[in-house]
Each structure stands twice: as C-alpha cells, then as structure tokens.
Design a protein around this ligand. Sequence first.
Ligand SMILES: Nc1nc2c(ncn2[C@@H]2O[C@H](COP(=O)(O)OP(=O)(O)OP(=O)(O)O)[C@@H](O)[C@H]2O)c(=O)[nH]1
Ligand SMILES: Nc1nc2c(ncn2[C@@H]2O[C@H](COP(=O)(O)OP(=O)(O)OP(=O)(O)O)[C@@H](O)[C@H]2O)c(=O)[nH]1
Ligand SMILES: [Mg+2]
Ligand SMILES: [Mg+2]
Lengths: 277, 292
Amino acid sequence: FKGGRPIDENLLSELEELLYTSDLGPIAGELTEELARLHKRGELKGEDDVRTCLRTTLLGKLGEGGGEVELTHKPEVILVVGVNGSGKTTSIAKLAHRFKTQGKSVLLGAGDTFRAAAADQLAIWAERNGAEIVRQNKDNADPAAVAFDTVSAALARDIDVVLIDTAGRLHTQRNLMDELAKVRRVIAKKIPDAPHHTWLVIDGTNGQNAIEQAKQFTAAVEVTGLVVAKLDGTARGGAVFGIHEALGLPVQYIGTGESLELLEPFEPEPFVDAIVS
Amino acid sequence: SLTDRLSSSFSFFRGKKELTADNIEEGLKGVRQALLEADVHFKLAREFTERVRERALGDKRLKGVDPSEQFVHAVHEELVELMGPEDARLSYAKTGPTVILMAGLQGAGKTTTCAKLAKHLREKHQKRPLLVAADVKRPAAVEQLQILGNNIGIPVFHVPGKTPPEVCAAGVAEAKATGCDVVLLDTAGRLHVDDELMDEVAEIARVTSPDDQVLVVDAMTGQDAVNSAKAFHERLTLSGVILTKMDGDARGGAALALKEITGAPILFVGTGEKVDDIDAFHPERMAGRILG
Ligand SMILES: Nc1nc2c(ncn2[C@@H]2O[C@H](COP(=O)(O)OP(=O)(O)OP(=O)(O)O)[C@@H](O)[C@H]2O)c(=O)[nH]1
Ligand SMILES: Nc1nc2c(ncn2[C@@H]2O[C@H](COP(=O)(O)OP(=O)(O)OP(=O)(O)O)[C@@H](O)[C@H]2O)c(=O)[nH]1
Ligand SMILES: [Mg+2]
Ligand SMILES: [Mg+2]
C-alpha cells in the first residue's frame, strides 16, 4: 500500500493519543476530527498524507514570529514573569549567557525580593556570566524599587540588555498580579516604552493550566512572548498551541536543560516534529 | 461543574427509569471530556470512563433515584475511591530516626515542602526533625534550605564538597548523634530520563534506607505525569506523593497518574509559599476538583 498505512480508526485514534499526550488538550480532539473529515471527503490517501497534513496544520497554528529577539533599544529591557518554579531565574541566566556571547553588556535585576535565597541564586548566575547585578539593599525591598534601580543603573552604565527577574506567583493571586503590574508601571516611569519585552516562562511539563497562566499574566502585564523551559524531558509543551490560539503569543526561546548554553531560539519545525514523529 | 457539563446530555436520561448501556454513552463522553480537560492522562481517562460504565450499570438497582443523579454519583464515588485513601500516614522507623527522601522534577516544590513538612512534624507530631541540604548543584539551593530552616528553628545539615549520597548518609548519622528522630532529605530536581541523576537518587536511597520515599509533584503537571511517575517508582518504589501548588486553579488530573502508576497515597498537598501552607489530602475534594 503506497503512502504508509491505510487511514482507519486505529491510525486516527493513535494520532489522537499522540496529540493529547503532547498536552494539546481539546485541540487534539479537534484536529483528529478534522483529519477524519478530510479523510471522509477523500482528501487524504494514506498515513503519509495524514502526517503531512497534521504537520502543516500544526505549523500553521504556531503562526509567524518568535525566535531570537532583536535588540533595538539601548538598554533593551526584558521583564521575566511566571508561576512558581517554572524556570524564570535559570532562563534569565541562560539569556545573559547568550547576550554576553554576542558581545553585549548585561545587567540583571534581582526582582524576586520574597523567596529564600532568590537574589543569591541570581547573583551566582550573574557572576558565572560576567554580568552585573542590582539587588535590594535592605530586607524586604519593594520589587518595583529594585526594578526601578536596575533600569536606572542600566542607563547610567550604558548597558545593552537588562533582564529583570521577578518572584514566582500564581495567576490566581490577585494581589501578586497587581504587584507585577506595578513593577511594569514603575519601569515605564524610568524608560517610557520599557519593558520592551515581557516574557512569560512556562514550565514545559505543565498541562492545560499553562493557557490560563498566559491569559492572566497577559491581562496583568501585557506579555509579549513565551519562553518554554524544561523541554529536555518527555513533555512536549503542547499547551503552546492553546496559548497561541487564545493570545497569539510567539515563543521566543526554549529551555532544554539546566546549564547556561541550553537555551535555543524557538524553531517551529523541530517543535512540531517532536510531537508528530 | 460536571453536572452542568452533563446537563445537556441529561436530556437523554430524562424520562428513563434507569441507566442503560445506550443512554449512558453521552454521559460517559462528557466524563471523559472533563477528565481530559483536567490533565488526566489520555489512557487513564479512557480506563476510568470504562470503570464508570461498569459501576453505573451495575448500580442500577437504586430505585427512586433520578438516573442522572445516580450517574454523577457513580462517577464521583469511583474517582474518590481512586484518589483515596484519606488520612494516609508517613511510615515511622521502629528504631532510630525516620528517614524521608524527597524526590521529584525540577521546580516541583521539594525544598519548600521539606521545610513545611519539618514544621508540621514538629508541631503536630512532636518530632525533632533534621533537614538535610543534599542539592549540591543548584545555585544557592543549600542557602535556600538554610534560610527556611532558620526561619522555623529547625537545624539544617550540609557538608560542602561531598556528593549527594555522602551528604545524605552523613545527615542520617548526624540525626542519630544529635537525637533527631526525623531526617528530611532535600534532593536536587531531576529528570526521569537523566540516567545519571536517577542512579544518584537510587544511590541516596541505598545508603540511607529511607522509611518514606516521597515524590513531590507540581499540580499543574500535564500528561507527562505518567512518564515521571513510572520512572521514579521503578527506581525508588515510592511510598507517598505530595501534590504542590494546589492553591492555584490547575485541576490536578496528574494525581490520577500518580495513583494508578505508583499506588502510593497522596500524603499532603502544598497550598502556598509559606511554611504553614501544607494541608492534609482530601480525596473527595480532589475528585470534585478534577471533575470540575
Ligand atoms: N531540565 C531542565 N531544568 C530546568 C530548565 N529550566 C530551569 N530548570 C530547573 O528548574 C528549577 C527551577 O528553576 P528556577 O529558575 O529556579 O525557576 P523560577 O521560575 O525562577 O522559580 P521561582 O523563582 O521559585 O518561582 C531549577 O532546578 C532549574 O535548574 C530546563 O530548561 N530544563
Ligand atoms: N503557590 C505555591 N508555591 C509553591 C508551593 N510549593 C512550592 N512553591 C514555590 O514553588 C517554587 C519552587 O519551589 P522549590 O521548593 O524551590 O522547588 P524545588 O523542587 O526544590 O526546585 P528544584 O530544587 O530546583 O528542583 C518556589 O517559588 C516556591 O515558593 C505551593 O504549594 N504553592
Ligand atoms: Mg526564580
Ligand atoms: Mg530545591
């Protein structure tokens, strides 16, 4: 039989399972139904046809945009947000490494003034990267104040890229989302169109809740892009499709490990191939 | 809620005297949909739905009960049974300190949960815990646990320059020497596909013979929960699970994978970032949450 296996219930249910277990959620069901419809209309001849169609559809769902950020301001200000433990601080470390390797000067803002040893964690990464860091100078400083000081320092020191770390928070915590909105407003006080980028770091192992995270964080601080961390495991990060469908957010980078070089600009084809193949 | 979701399919229950194989199909579809939206694993959602089918049809002797109510009740009860038991306990050592190994994926909440559990054991069970900082890799991981321990007056043990199994073994010895009756081993986050790190955690277990091997899991985890649960259970024979970040709005369907794959009880849930934010696990509440 040319074109791989014939299209039957087994193939379709196999593909449905593949999509669901990649965390595509309801989109998995929709796509499978669409494939079944196309098959009924005689538009798909065999398994190869189906896989090609699926691949094309998924690529289409990711749209254009994303990947490596273009640095067009000096300093380029990037605010990094997300729920607890998603990978913000480590992703900032990796971004610092990437920009330093590109010959840029980097300043980190230790905007997590809440969690135990958060600033220490970032300071160690700053040192390993040869990046500068601004941290609070008294206990329980206001994260907005740290953000403000960081951006001020960046201007004074002629820095190329500023990365501002924030404390993890659940999107259901109203007061913490308000705090984040304040951090963003305060940054804009110092540099009117900053932050130029607000990136939401998503844990690649999260399921459908990642979509709700994206919606709420975007409502609070106008997220401009995603970083999907922890894609070096077996999770496929399929929630990205739901996020893109709801908000059109591009994926800028993906994290594929715990060391500094394990951050890549997002490329839709390998991402989709990891799901479909 | 599940009832709302099923209400459109309840029209087929209306006027029926009992649940039959035919009229139950729509209801089962709704249940499976609810589970998939709640991050229940694809295969488990199907298996569970089959169990509900058998139960709902098997229960049809309940006369005088509205079939739709009977159906929802069957779904709920089946899930509660799956999620249980309620009031699961840690195992305590007969002699010497009780060793609790805390393992899990990166960022799940292990370090924070170690501190929470230590405080809980001291306040509610009159234990004298020792926290062992065995994550030697993550920047400032040891400091993080030291600060948390300091905040609640619980000692934190660490030896610089040693491997995690060495630190843990020394920690257990320290507990024995200082009369601590519970040792909590905080380990580095690790991927279940990282053979070297999975060997390391198995080695930690080998040299400390834990009384409890606990998997700490983020409640937002999606379909991957099955994979990590399987791998950790194979290497460690888990005796318990702690589900963290339950103060969010993730439905927590990963809990089904954990229970089905490991059979280990869910011991506690993390409900916030503060050291007191640890609660008992309630199967009925979890069932309701998953079903939405
Ligand atoms: N395997 C893997 N681990 C990662 C990746 N990114 C981050 N991590 C790990 O995930 C854990 C949490 O990372 P952090 O950077 O501390 O996460 P965070 O979002 O800053 O956490 P909070 O500040 O506590 O909210 C650490 O153990 C990191 O090493 C990744 O791409 N792959
Ligand atoms: N909201 C909420 N946050 C939590 C909970 N448990 C832990 N956290 C937060 O989640 C983040 C990660 O917690 P950690 O204790 O550092 O996680 P970990 O598993 O030790 O991380 P690694 O050691 O890097 O693998 C921190 O910001 C914690 O404050 C919880 O139950 N609710
Ligand atoms: Mg952080
Ligand atoms: Mg830790």
